[in-house]
Design a protein around this ligand. Structure first.
Ligand code: GDP
Length: 452
């Protein structure tokens, strides 16, 4: 959903405009510096096209730096997260140095910026406009957020920018839906990838052989299950390093990498009879590095301690693989016997579960609450050299791709200095976030940004 950010120095009427666009009945205006607002983002009710509106003035509340600094950080956040920036100035008061500094920043913004002259309550105020044209952001739209004057014209301007964005995303979504969930079936040779695909497709399309590395081509196989479209990406196995003797193997390794990259979800097939090897780790690492959703198939479960009770076997297998592939902690497990066609449907069912949960992205409010609580519960230590402490201003989510069937959100953290973020602290935040907003199969990706 597109995001529209309202930016401007304190007291220009950001809250009033936010409330107008959010369709709030009671216009609580507390545009005083330091006043904490309960919500900084809301669905925009005024536009026909659905979008989210954020008031960056709410972000500044957590800052104790100077005024201009605060406004600059807010502009930074808007520039990196919004699809459209509304730059609000107070027409009544006229141009101020902070407006000018802000305008200088915003002229370099990637998203489009629209200048909004607020507090134009009467036509007679309109003669001050010439002054603001000097900001280099166009003549501006004159409104009175307080009295609702000309807000309709502003809504039209917003619509003009965001409607095409939504249309584009919808067109992409339609194409993606026809292809369905792209599953890359990856794993070392002999793990049972071909058997799994055959069992899913229920035919003998691929020749399953005892000799490692017989299936070489990556092929896209369309398939329907439970009324949903899937594309199975069949890959050739990676051969163990020592035996990699021809360019064919290098080529097949590349295929696996490519398949991982263009998939929505990686299905990592493990041979439980053989245990975890270096190649499993290598493929798992590729999946992690590509930040791909993943599920792990514990295959040849029939050969894994066949005489022990099922529950105990499953627990042990899970523990073993989890320990060996600890960096794929986000991936859930499915135990199968591909050769016997046992539990192969579970792979597709789990894929659907992962997709459905992934659609439920945290709202900005929820995300900020989770992370701020985590900071309060266990504050970061101060840096040994500088004595400085990591401070979180604001967090938001960005998607790795504009449209993906299984979206992976990047948690964008705006902090005072990103060098103060320790790996262990990031891990702690990951765990807290996962606890509060579970999404099995989906990696948690952080992007930590300091203000420039
Ligand atoms: P790929 O190289 O990963 O495609 O592996 P294949 O599907 O060719 O399987 C390799 C060998 O393992 C074949 O002999 C299969 O019959 C056997 N196999 C695959 N899955 C299972 C399973 O779940 N249980 C048992 N017992 N054997 C399996």
């Amino acid at each position: 959903m597109p995001t529209v950010a309202i930016v401007g120095r304190p007291n220009v009427g950001k809250s009033a405009l936010f409330n107008r666009l959010a369709g709030r009945k009671i216009a609580i205006v507390h545009d005083q510096p330091g006043v904490t607002r309960d919500r900084i983002s809301a669905p925009c009710k005024a536009t026909t096209t659905a979008c989210t509106i954020i008031d960056t003035g709410g972000i500044g509340a957590s800052l104790d730096d100077g005024f201009a600094d605060q406004v600059a950080i807010e502009a930074d956040i808007a520039m990196q997260t919004a699809d459209l920036i509304l730059f609000i100035v107070d027409a009544h008061e006229g141009l101020t140095p902070i407006d000018q500094a802000l305008a200088q920043k915003l002229r370099k913004a990637k998203p489009p910026v629209r200048l909004v002259l607020n507090k134009v309550d009467h036509e007679k105020h309109e003669n001050v406009f010439a002054d603001f044209a000097r900001l280099g952001l166009g003549a501006g739209i004159h409104v009175s957020a307080e009295h609702g004057r000309n807000v309709g014209a502003l809504v039209d301007v917003i619509e003009e920018v965001i409607a095409p964005l939504v249309a584009e995303t919808e067109a992409e979504a339609e194409v993606a839906e026809a292809v369905g969930i792209k599953l890359a079936i990856v794993g070392k040779p002999n793990a049972g990838k071909s058997s799994l695909i055959n069992a899913i497709l229920k035919d003998e399309r691929t020749i399953v052989s005892e000799i490692a590395g017989t299936t070489r081509d990556a092929v896209d196989l369309p398939y329907q299950f439970a009324g949903e479209n899937f594309t199975l990406i069949d890959t050739a196995g990676l051969r163990p390093r020592g035996k990699r003797d021809s360019s064919v193997e290098v080529f097949s390794a590349m295929r696996t990498e490519k398949a991982i990259r263009r998939s929505d979800l990686c299905v990592l097939v493990i041979d439980l009879a053989a245990g975890i090897s270096a190649m499993d780790r290598k493929i798992a690492q590729l999946i992690m590095e590509e930040k791909k959703p993943c599920l792990i198939v514990l295959n040849k479960f029939d050969l894994y301690h066949p005489d022990a009770p099922r529950g105990a076997r499953l627990e042990e297998a899970t523990e073993h693989v989890r320990r060996e592939l600890f960096f794929l902690a986000y991936a859930p497990f499915v135990a199968t016997s591909a050769k016997k066609g046992q539990a192969v449907d579970h792979v597709l069912k789990e894929a659907l579960k992962i997709r459905d949960k992934a659609q439920n992205l945290p709202g900005t409010g929820v995300l900020n609450r989770i992370l701020h609580q985590a900071f309060e519960m266990n504050p970061p230590g101060s840096d040994r050299k500088s004595g400085k402490r990591l401070k979180l201003y604001y967090a938001t989510t960005a998607l790795n791709e504009k449209y993906s069937v299984i979206p992976v959100p990047t948690l964008v953290l705006f902090v005072n200095d990103k060098k103060l973020m320790a790996t262990s602290y990031e891990q702690y935040l990951t765990n807290r976030y996962r606890e509060k907003h579970p999404a099995p199969g989906i990696p948690v990706v952080f992007s930590v940004r300091s203000r420039d």
